[in-house]
Design a protein around this ligand. Structure first.
Ligand SMILES: [Zn+2]
Ligand SMILES: [Zn+2]
Length: 313
């Protein structure tokens, strides 16, 4: 197997860590530890060493690796080749082994296509090895379908969050019914992500638009879910998470304040740079620093909320 084989619920890798300085008193910008809750191994061919360097340059101290599921031809994977993620993203074993090689830097999720006959067996295997969540679930299935409910039940059993990629017409249909899932599984934590998740911060969102521009009217579906449910978190990764902040900075600032305890930093970027305009993660870090009303809000988004959600030391 690998060098670390201890079993048990909860996040195996995080439990052994020590508390870190939240960095609240070092200048006008947040300079403390940063947990990136959304990265992938071999994303567009980026090697493990290149990923390590990318995260270090970004200033990230711990990274959660989100594996792909198996590559199979099925309606739930659309074309079978992408298994819901870019075809180059590697699977459970690679994420687990990288986390084993660098237990101070990486944690890992378990993932699988939701509607295979042995989905539960596969997820259970990696959860027992210390996976600290399930996802990202990015499949052509209704968010409240029977296969997805099996995923949520497993998350309940292992007491780990589920990360969902909401993309209208493509993955996790549909966000407008998701509140029922949050009610039915009120003891399971969920993390929302991607274009349709972030577009719906706006009350006037057009569901066919992936990267909406311009002012946001508060009270959209996402805004309401975060307000009404304590078991939903939001992941600011990728172009969608960045766009939600920069399209209307004034709204972005109020949004960060309003949902300060449920927002998480993630990068989800495939570049090798880790800095500058070619790195979405670096841009998201800079934008959160610019828009967070104070350093405590920034510290929550960069560090404390993830630490609490994943029960890290
Ligand atoms: Zn995604
Ligand atoms: Zn990057």
């Amino acid at each position: 197997m690998g060098v670390c084989t201890a079993a048990g619920a909860g996040c195996l890798f995080g439990l052994a860590r020590t508390a870190e300085d939240p960095g609240l008193s070092r200048g006008t910008e947040y300079t403390g530890p940063i947990i990136d809750i959304h990265q992938h191994t071999w994303y567009l061919g980026r090697s493990d060493d290149e990923l390590l360097r990318h995260q270090e340059i970004m200033g990230v101290t711990r990274t959660i690796l989100l594996p792909a599921g198996r590559s199979v031809l099925r309606d739930s994977t659309h074309d079978g080749g992408s298994n819901g993620l870019d075809a180059t993203v590697k699977g459970n074993r690679e994420a687990y082994e990288l986390a084993c090689r660098h237990p101070d830097k990486f944690l890992f999720f378990a993932n699988e296509i939701p509607d295979l006959p042995d989905t539960e067996r596969v997820l259970r295997h990696w959860l027992k090895k210390g996976a600290c969540g399930i996802g990202e679930q990015k499949f052509n299935a209704p968010v409240d379908s029977a296969p997805m409910r099996r995923i949520y039940n497993l998350a309940r059993e292992f007491n780990v969050p589920v990360l969902l990629h909401f993309q209208n017409g493509m993955y996790n249909h549909d966000l407008l019914r998701f509140h029922k899932v949050l009610e039915e599984f009120e003891d399971v934590d969920f993390i929302g992500h991607a274009q349709t998740w972030w577009g719906n911060i706006d009350l006037n969102h057009d569901q066919s638009v992936m990267y909406p521009a311009g002012p946001v009217t508060p009270g959209g579906v996402t805004d309401e879910l975060l307000t009404n449910h304590g078991n939903i978190y939001a992941d600011h990764s990728a172009g969608s998470g960045l766009n939600a902040l920069v399209r209307d900075p004034e709204h972005g600032r109020a949004f960060l304040q309003r949902h300060r305890s449920q927002l998480l930093f993630g990068s989800d970027c495939p570049d090798k740079l880790g800095a500058g305009p070619g790195c979405k993660g670096a841009q998201i870090i800079r934008t959160i620093n610019e828009l967070a009303p104070d350093r405590e809000v920034a510290a929550g988004i960069f560090h404390h909320n993830a630490r609490r959600l994943f029960r890290l030391a």
